[in-house]
Design a protein around this ligand. Structure first.
Ligand code: SF4
Length: 416
């Protein structure tokens, strides 16, 4: 079996891209970071700048979202991009209280929750007090790449020194207080060379983890051997993913499972192929407004979580990339009626249509890579659907999952 033999892999694009209620608002509380990861996609300048999003900017945006009736019933505010914990707990307490109060008064049907994604190095008792106080509404994510040899290969400070012990101390502080957290780990060639150490490290901490997820870098980093990849690496990535699936099953059968979100989501996507109610994952990922981002200066982007104004800055001729506008100068309602948004919606619809017509992996593609097609095609509006990222992130992973399913004649729905 291969992906092209899966029933229903080429699906017609249903309808056009309509605006969606906002499920997630990613706020850049600060662009400053206290460490200096080699693969960070924020600019060096913004990471060194001690910035702080004025609370009134976030409240203005949430207020306008309520005013345009564009909040989903389940609405999450996420602080990410820069190190959130370089601002004090009082900043977040005030923001949580103000946003919760605003929604309670003007959108009582909306349930609000909060997420913080941190490098973990600044977690101390005061932060644990904060997480405990808001435990009912807050989720915490810690970025950690595994044992020291993997973590410190790229997660270093400005002096080029290790950050592992500081991240570990942060996680230990959470453990001591019984505060559960998610971990997101970045996979590099070093991880692929030693998947066992990587997986066992997190397995040993599984009692502390609410969730575990790993990311291959969204795009290769030119000039850095361990952070780059090419189409010729497809087999190596497939072997790595397959090892993850096998290890995950070994632990599951031993009764000591580590939930790995990449594994469960991939199996889930495969299990839905051919079902009449199967969603178009790729369209869901980049559904307009579903995920909204605002940086410290008030620039608003959508289509992908965490999208930066500098991404494809010149694509629409205004130097602002995929930004809809700046909330300090332009009302949200005005942004939503802009010609630029109409053009962007058309571009995404065409891109999805091309994927649906030409890619055997369309039905299981999680999305997020059509934007990279644009980058690759530099203004030619993505005529070539398959990119290096498609091969490494989607096709190698799906093929590994299909191998895994076939290896013991498992049905595609066994793991749902
Ligand atoms: S983004 Fe890439 S992998 Fe996904 S459907 Fe389009 S061509 Fe296929």
């Amino acid at each position: 079996m291969n992906a092209s033999s899966m029933p229903g892999t080429v699906m017609p694009l249903s309808g056009t891209l309509a605006l969606r209620p906002v499920e997630q608002l990613v706020l850049q509380g600060t662009s400053f970071c206290n460490i200096n990861c080699t693969y960070c996609d924020l600019s060096e300048e913004s990471r060194r700048t001690k910035s702080r999003m004025p609370p009134e900017l976030a409240l203005k945006l949430v207020s306008e979202l309520i005013g345009t009736d564009l909040l989903a019933r389940e609405f999450a505010v996420v602080w990410h991009s820069g190190e959130p914990l370089t601002l004090p707990p009082t900043y977040y307490t005030a923001m949580i209280d103000a946003i919760t109060d605003l929604c309670a008064r003007r959108a009582p049907h909306v349930s609000v929750s909060f997420d913080i994604q941190t490098n973990g190095t600044l977690i101390d008792d005061a932060w644990c007090d904060f997480f405990e106080r808001h435990a009912r509404v807050i989720r915490l994510g810690v970025s950690c790449d595994g044992p020291p040899a993997l973590h410190d290969a790229f997660r270093i400070d400005r002096r080029g020194k290790s950050t592992f012990e500081r991240t570990l101390q942060g996680m230990n502080a959470l453990d001591a207080r019984g505060i559960k957290y998610n971990v997101i780990a970045v996979v590099t060639r070093k991880t692929m060379a030693d998947p066992q150490s990587f997986l066992e490290f997190f397995h040993a901490r599984r009692a502390s983890l609410a969730d575990f997820h790993f990311n291959v870098l969204a795009s290769p980093v030119a000039g850095m051997d361990d952070l780059t990849y090419a189409e010729t690496d497809r087999a190596a990535f497939q072997r790595f993913y397959r090892r993850v699936f096998d290890w995950w099953e070994e632990k599951r059968l031993e009764g000591s499972a580590l939930p790995i979100r990449n594994v469960s989501q991939t199996l889930e996507r495969i299990a839905t192929v051919g079902r009449a109610d199967a969603p178009s994952f790729i369209s869901e990922t980049s559904a307009p407004l579903r995920s909204l981002n605002m940086d410290t200066k008030g620039n608003v982007t959508t289509f992908y979580a965490g999208l930066d104004i500098a991404t494809q800055a010149d694509r629409y001729g205004d130097g602002n990339g995929l930004a809809l506008g700046n909330i300090q100068q332009t009302a949200l309602a005005q942004m939503l009626q802009s010609t630029k948004l109409t053009v962007m919606l058309g571009d995404f619809a065409r891109s999805h249509h091309r994927c649906a017509q030409t890619c055997d992996y369309y039905a299981v593609c999680p999305g997020g890579f059509e934007l990279i097609q644009w980058l690759d095609q530099a203004g030619s509006h993505c005529d070539a659907p398959e990119t290096t990222e498609c091969i490494i992130h989607v096709k190698a992973l799906t093929d590994a999952a299909l191998d895994f399913i076939e290896s013991a004649d498992r049905s595609r729905t066994e793991y749902r």
